[in-house]
Design a protein around this ligand. Structure first.
Ligand code: NDP
Length: 327
């Protein structure tokens, strides 16, 4: 390591926004691997943490950024100097210092080697959002859902998770229906592979216990009333992978879809996903997407854009994914 000082976004106390500070290597205490971070990404949780909102950072001071990709400077575990690595979730920016830092110490036991085809930029174009979408797909596959079963719904479709779910499922041969509140983004969703667009309002009304059977399965990043409406319209024997709460953390549903239609509700968490599940998800993502493909869902941003982008993601103004140039 040549540089002794570097830049990082750090939040010092509850309710305070993060500040861009100069740090140095002796202050890094996170884990056995020292990494030169080249790229990170922007997720809803990052917006909350950067702006000092509650719900993400659990110990202070804390370096923000739930995702990182970079090159190992000091090896540890299975990794040696010069290896390219990726880490998402794993309590980064919650209890462990995160990826909005040009150098970081991380624990090697949750780290994966950067997928060769994706590279560090592509891995952060995927980031937590894309990884979570793939973890949802893996859960649906494990529940026996196949493209032959019928159409599959993605809610919050223009979001980070939603965009990846649409694109991934379309590439796997599913007929994808995309639910969105953004009238201006129908073409974007069609280009990602959606064959039908569902207006968000259709899933926002008071949910009935059971409604007409419509979809074989769903990936839901919205929760709340939307998830209740989705459950009521899943076909007999279908499944829903639920990973988010963009529309609320409640679930005003009944047990009817479970006990009368054999519907399965599958929870998905990416933060503590076991290493084997992470490896499997990254390997599938590497097979399905090239770096070039990901230009359709991800845009670049500078490190210093983070405060402005955080406001934007919290107000629902971001489409797809944002890769942060940290180096
Ligand atoms: P984004 O902000 O990128 O996307 C969320 C999308 O949900 C929006 O783009 C919008 O899509 C839709 N949406 C927003 N507000 C509402 C609302 N009030 N009602 C209905 N739809 C709404 O976030 P991410 O994709 O990064 O994350 C989505 C959710 O998943 C978040 O709740 C996040 O916390 C969670 N998450 C969970 C993870 C896990 O490990 N379980 C990991 C990653 C994320 P549109 O305009 O197209 O309708």
């Amino acid at each position: 390591m040549t540089e002794t000082t570097f830049k990082a976004y750090r939040v010092d106390a509850p309710k305070q926004p993060a500040e861009l500070v100069t740090s140095n290597r002796d202050e890094l205490t996170g884990g056995d691997l020292l990494v030169r971070v080249t790229h990170s990404s922007l997720n809803y949780k990052d917006g909350l943490a950067i702006l000092g909102k509650p719900g993400v950072v659990r110990s202070f001071p804390m370096t923000c950024g739930i995702d990182l990709a970079g090159e190992v400077v000091e090896g540890g575990g299975d990794f040696a100097e010069g290896d390219q690595v990726v880490l998402t979730g794993a309590e980064l920016s919650e209890t462990k210092p995160g990826g909005y830092s040009q150098y970081q110490r991380i624990e090697s036991d949750s780290v994966v080697a950067t997928p060769a085809g994706l590279g560090p930029w592509g891995a952060m174009a995927v980031g937590t959002g894309g990884l979570t979408a793939m973890l949802c797909v893996l859960r649906l596959e494990a529940a026996g859902v196949t493209p032959e079963d019928g159409p599959i719904l993605v809610t919050g479709a223009t979001g980070g998770v939603g965009s990846f779910a649409v694109s991934t499922l379309a590439r796997l041969g599913y007929e994808v229906h995309a639910a969105t509140g953004k009238d201006s983004e129908h073409q974007y969703l069609t280009d990602l592979g959606a064959s039908e667009i569902i207006a968000r309002d259709e899933l926002s009304g008071d949910p009935r216990p059971l409604a007409k059977e419509r979809w074989a399965a769903a990936v839901d990043s919205v929760g709340g009333t939307t998830l209740a409406n989705v459950l009521s319209q899943i076909r007999y024997g279908g499944a829903v992978a639920a990973c988010g709460l963009a529309g609320g953390h409640g679930l005003p549903a009944t047990v009817m879809p479970f006990i009368l239609r054999n519907v399965a509700l599958l929870g998905v968490d990416s933060v503590h996903a076991p290493l084997e599940a992470r490896k499997q998800a990254w390997s599938r993502l590497d097979e399905l997407f090239s770096e070039e493909d990901l230009r359709a869902v991800a845009v670049d941003a500078a490190f210093t854009d983070l405060p402005e982008l955080s406001e934007k993601i919290l107000s629902g103004g971001i489409r797809g994914r944002v890769v942060i140039d940290v180096a």
